[in-house]
Write a protein that binds this ligand. Sequence first.
Ligand SMILES: [Zn+2]
Length: 271
Amino acid sequence: MLADVVAEIETLYDPAWAESWDAVGLVCGDPTQPVRKILFAVDPVAAVVDEALEYGADLVVTHHPLYLRGTTSVAATTFKGRVIHRLIRNDVALYTAHTNADVADPGVSDALARAVGLPGELRPLQPSADDPRRGLGRVGTLPSPVPLREFAERAAAGLPRTAGPLRVAGDPERPVVTVAVSGGAGDSLLGAARASGADVFLTADLRHHPASEFVEAEGGPALIDASHWATEWPWLADAAERLTSALAAKGINVEARVSRIVTDAWTSTTP
Ligand SMILES: [Zn+2]
């Protein structure tokens, strides 16, 4: 039942690890309801609910919270209320693992690091105060140095396709061997990326001024800005695999699917 699945999710991604501003955990669902099929997705949006209903999911696990800032109404007068209504009407639970999945070991940025071609040991870019084995972002090394443009091409090939390309700041020929990555918006980790000694920092949602000032300063890493959704999507398969294995070890067999619907906010670009 749902309570058993939630217990396993929270062993992998302890809600206590989440940031104080975050909203993680069970959003809707009855702990006693049966769970046979689980859909993993980045965003709790209408298209993902469509997929959950078509798949026959009993539970949707998303990375992003539906109600991050709280609410006083779940009326179906907003898209969020309609998401909740459709889920509850169809006995589908919704669970969020957000910043607690970011800092987990392994977590969101481990999956991102693997996707962009970092095969070896990884360390947190910004270790958690209570346990330095966990933390935000990851730093790893490539098997051999490659020019920045080649690393960017490999990263693009390893990430799921979205409307936009990767954006690169820095000399395309500069050699890259140490790589820092962080899934989702990585602005707050620019200082940690510089201190890490990485040759390049790959993240999402970078803004002009912080990025410009970062690359103007001597001796720092190059930057690669990817789609927010694409940097977090690789984690879904990892989480699905870990959860289904942990449940199977307890004799609970569930089926999991990773949503391939691109829910990045940016849906097209000009030619
Ligand atoms: Zn995110």
